[in-house]
Design a protein around this ligand. Structure first.
Ligand code: SF4
Length: 156
């Protein structure tokens, strides 16, 4: 079972997913409404796994550990914060931790990508999800591509 959690403080440059900024108690109210919807299901659900917001239980949208690429993607976190978040979820006892990484980013060298993969493997992530960047319309990166300010990876 997948439960979407659509709150993001800022919009990543490549993101075309539905997301809004949460205000005040939006998250708490949202979770209460999810609970209410569960109570409306007449046949009790027996889900083997519940995904909250994506990934394999818990999933970290690291995307890159290169500071310049993180900035280009408008990610809010730094390399160190991503690594710290990984340590925190491990310390909290999550049994399965996924790390998301992106490739074919403008300006990303093969060594950057290899370094990110090696770092994720060294962390001991249970699963590593890799995503090829796509330029979705209505995203900041698509506008930059249209204006010729970034170029698409030649192998895309
Ligand atoms: S990619 Fe960025 S903006 Fe889109 S849902 Fe994930 S965190 Fe939010």
């Amino acid at each position: 079972m997948y439960v979407q959690v659509p709150f993001c403080s800022t919009t990543c440059a490549y993101c075309a997913f539905y997301q809004v900024r949460s205000e005040d108690d939006d998250l708490a109210r949202y979770l209460m409404e999810v609970d209410t919807e569960f109570s409306l299901v007449e046949t009790p659900l027996r889900a083997g796994t519940v995904f909250w917001g994506g990934g394999t239980r818990i999933s970290l949208g690291v995307q890159s550990l290169q500071p310049d690429l993180l900035a280009a993607l408008c990610r809010r976190h730094t390399r160190d914060q991503a690594l710290r978040a990984y340590d925190l979820v491990r310390a909290a006892g999550f049994a399965s931790v996924n790390v998301d990484l992106m490739f074919a980013l403008p300006g990303q060298e093969a060594a950057d990508w290899g370094g990110d993969l090696a770092a994720a493997i060294a962390l001991g992530a249970d699963h590593i999800s890799t995503y090829c960047l796509t330029f979705e319309e209505d995203t900041a990166l698509y506008v930059k591509l249209s204006q010729g300010n970034v170029t698409r990876d030649a192998e895309q």
